[in-house]
Write a protein that binds this ligand. Structure first.
Ligand SMILES: Cc1cc2nc3c(=O)[nH]c(=O)nc-3n(C[C@H](O)[C@H](O)[C@H](O)COP(=O)(O)OP(=O)(O)OC[C@H]3O[C@@H](n4cnc5c(N)ncnc54)[C@H](O)[C@@H]3O)c2cc1C
Length: 341
């Protein structure tokens, strides 16, 4: 392990992916600065589900206690017939270690920003970073007159300038799925309920403080698959939605961003920045591709109509009764994955 002592890293974007990357790099000894366009670190929107795979990385970064002060432990996933309100099955999540959690995005961002500050990361707000191409390389226009960074990480989200500059691609295509997010006052059992209806679904789960999180998704046109690509380009990397915009039907976009952050910092610390980034890409591409495919497939499964809906719901019923462990064991590749191992 070479570590990143004395190395300078700049992170563009201070969302979940950017702040986790900054923290992971700082933990490896790098001197890190984050540049965020917004005037404050804040997440609009509502809750987020943190699954065991990302929890392992957050725990390894020392965030377990801070998370537990702000999160709700999830007991189960409950697929529900959205037309009748009748639960179709109940899949127990309590056996997972670490446990599956629900947290308000703003609280997660707060705790990541606090941990970054405590680790000596420089956080610069109000700084929309522009990217220019210089001799074929994307160069972020950063307000920093110090020495050049050894590593630049773009964590600037779905409409990433870094991705556009690296890959020449524009915004990801419209997926045909439109999501609304809301918080409503009132208690909810400690479980995620997926209310499935033809062409749409609603997910509800609790957040700390007696608030219920609600995500409603509706199909608005034909399906268009999203992809991601990451060009080998020396000391520049993409993480999170900037690298791989992911539909929310597996609740993995932020979880994958957290995994990315941990793997990127570790690979760079172990192999040095150049070789580390190549290994980061090799490790992340197959896993993220699989998660994207599984999320895409869920859109179809959640939104079935007609006889296929009836058959699928009877199947879920039977599975919940006969083999409640089978549904979640199909997700073992996702939740059991340990980027810290
Ligand atoms: C309805 C819905 C529900 C979801 N639920 C879940 C869930 O339960 N679990 C889960 O894991 N994922 C979930 N996701 C996905 C998750 O929200 C995203 O994958 C995740 O937030 C991506 O994080 P990020 O840091 O990569 O990008 P972002 O959160 O988009 O952060 C990018 C940051 O970069 C900043 N930025 C952008 N451009 C610039 C610039 N030029 N200069 C400086 N700063 C810039 C932005 O202001 C922002 O702060 C859900 C998504 C949706 C839509």
């Amino acid at each position: 392990m070479t570590g990143l002592n004395g190395r300078r890293a700049h992170v563009v974007g201070g969302g979940i992916g950017g702040l986790t990357t900054a923290l992971a790099l700082a933990r490896q000894g790098a001197s890190v600065r984050v540049f965020e366009q917004a005037p404050e670190f804040a997440e609009v929107g509502a809750g987020i589900q943190i699954t065991p795979n990302a929890m392992r990385a957050l725990e390894a970064l020392g965030l377990r206690d801070a998370l537990d002060e702000r999160a709700v432990l999830s007991d189960a996933v409950v697929p529900t017939d959205g037309l009748t309100g009748r639960p179709l099955a109940r899949f127990d999540l309590r056996g997972y270690s670490p446990r599956y959690r629900f947290i308000h995005r703003a609280r997660l961002i707060d705790l990541l920003a606090e941990a970054c500050r405590a680790a000596g990361v420089g956080l610069t707000l109000n700084t929309p970073v522009k990217v220019t191409i210089c001799e074929g390389r994307p160069v972020p226009d950063l307000p920093d007159d110090g020495p050049a960074a050894d590593l630049v990480v773009f964590a600037d989200g779905l409409r990433s300038q870094g991705r556009a500059a690296l890959n020449g691609a524009g915004d990801p295509p419209f997926t045909g799925q439109v999501a609304w997010r809301a918080l409503v006052q009132g208690d909810h059992p400690p479980e995620a309920r997926i209310h499935m209806l033809p062409g749409r679904h609603v997910v509800t789960y609790p957040l700390a403080g007696g608030v219920t999180n609600l995500v409603a998704v509706q199909e608005r046109s034909d399906w268009a698959a999203e992809g991601w690509s990451l060009a080998d380009d020396g000391d520049i990397a993409l993480v999170g939605d900037a690298a791989h915009p992911t539909l929310p039907f597996l609740a993995q976009g932020a979880n994958l961003a957290i995994e990315d952050a941990y793997v990127l910092a570790r690979c760079c610390a172990e192999d040095g920045v150049g070789d580390g980034l190549a290994r980061y890409q090799d490790l992340r591409r197959p896993r993220v591709s699989r998660a994207i495919e599984a999320a895409n497939a869920n859109a179809g499964n959640y939104h079935l109509g007609g006889p296929r809906r009836w058959i699928a719901h009877r199947g879920l019923n039977a599975l919940g009764l006969i083999a409640p462990g089978a549904f979640l064991s199909r997700l073992g590749w996702l939740y059991d994955h340990d980027v810290t191992a």
